[in-house]
Design a protein around this ligand. Structure first.
Ligand code: CP
Length: 313
């Protein structure tokens, strides 16, 4: 594996899950692998979990992580080819990526979508420019259209938490006051489609996701029906994909409650708005997996970094 930019970089999800579980059981086993290797983490957007768990993963492998908030702290980066740079950008990605590659053995990048320009977001200009102009492997820490570290984490968590050979997993939209990206939902769908699960998506009409990502996954506009007999309910808000970036619905009846959840386990990538996406009783109850999910972010990142380090040794 040259880079980790998408769930599609996972060749065999079951073997990756088993490897991640082994890392979790013995996190420091490969502490020599990353010795004298540097991980650069570049954040164009905010983060709590990704920022800390990816550094923790690097430290567990003996790597030295260095972190930069690109937006605000670095020079404004130009991504256009042939641009006359007489505006707000001071440095071109061609130089920026080449320079950072001299300081780092692996570069991890977080760059969210605009949610106003679908074509630009789908081109993944920031992530793909780093892949193109850096001379070291690139890790996607959430891009315009995907969050593959989260998607891998969620697959690990479901595998750990189920006793069934084919559990029922539901991805449910829930309301939010802000327009949010599609990245987490996209990567969750991609990871569930690689798993041996019964998978259903539920959302209000108008919130259909990219059909190329959904494929033949069943979509049910009736949340109660979709959630019937679920083992895991993964909840996430996203803005409209077809009416790009718009909020079409804030119906509080889509909020997840204990009554709706029944015996199912509750999952969310965090951060989550209490009593908007999900009621307190769910998050504070014993069926919530959100803290364990966040714990597993370390081992998903550690597995990805280990595979990349093995490729560059
Ligand atoms: N789930 C997740 O990516 O969290 P952060 O945005 O805090 O990194």
């Amino acid at each position: 594996m040259k880079n980790y930019t998408s769930i599609h970089d996972i060749d065999n999800i079951q073997s990756w899950i088993e490897e991640a579980k082994a890392l979790k059981a013995n996190p420091l086993k490969h502490i020599e692998l990353g010795k004298h290797k540097t991980l650069g983490l570049l954040f164009f957007n905010s983060s709590l979990r990704t920022r800390l768990s990816t550094q923790k993963a690097a430290l567990n492998l003996g790597m030295d992580p260095i972190v930069m908030n690109v937006s605000g702290d670095a020079w404004g980066i130009e991504f256009g080819d042939g641009t006359v740079m007489n505006g707000n950008t001071a440095e071109h990605i061609k130089e920026a990526a080449a320079v950072v590659s001299q300081y780092c053995d692996i570069i991890a990048v977080r760059a969210f979508p605009t949610l106003t320009d679908k074509e630009k977001d789908e081109s993944e200009q920031v992530l793909k420019s780093f892949v193109k102009y850096a001379s070291v492997p690139i890790v996607n820490m959430e891009s315009a259209t995907g969050h593959p570290l989260q998607g891998l984490t969620d697959a690990i968590t479901i595998s750990e938490q189920t006793q069934k050979t084919k559990p029922k997993v539901v991805l449910s939209w829930a309301p939010h006051i802000k327009a949010l990206p599609h990245a987490v939902a996209n990567s969750f769908i991609q990871s569930m489609r690689k798993m041996d699960v019964e998978f259903v998506i539920t959302h209000p009409e108008g919130y259909e996701l990219n059909p190329e990502i959904i494929g033949d996954t069943p979509v049910n506009y009736n949340q109660e029906e979709a959630m019937k007999d679920a083992d895991f309910v993964y909840v996430k808000n996203w803005s409209s994909y077809n009416d790009y970036g718009k909020i079409l619905n804030t119906d509080p009846n889509w909020m997840i409650t204990n009554k709706k959840l029944g015996a199912a386990k509750f999952m969310h990538c965090l951060p989550v708005r209490r009593n908007v996406i999900v009621e307190d009783a769910v998050l504070d109850g014993e069926n919530s997996l959100v803290i364990e999910q966040a714990n597993n972010r370390t081992y998903a990142a550690q597995l990805v970094l280990k595979k990349l380090l093995e490729g560059i040794k």
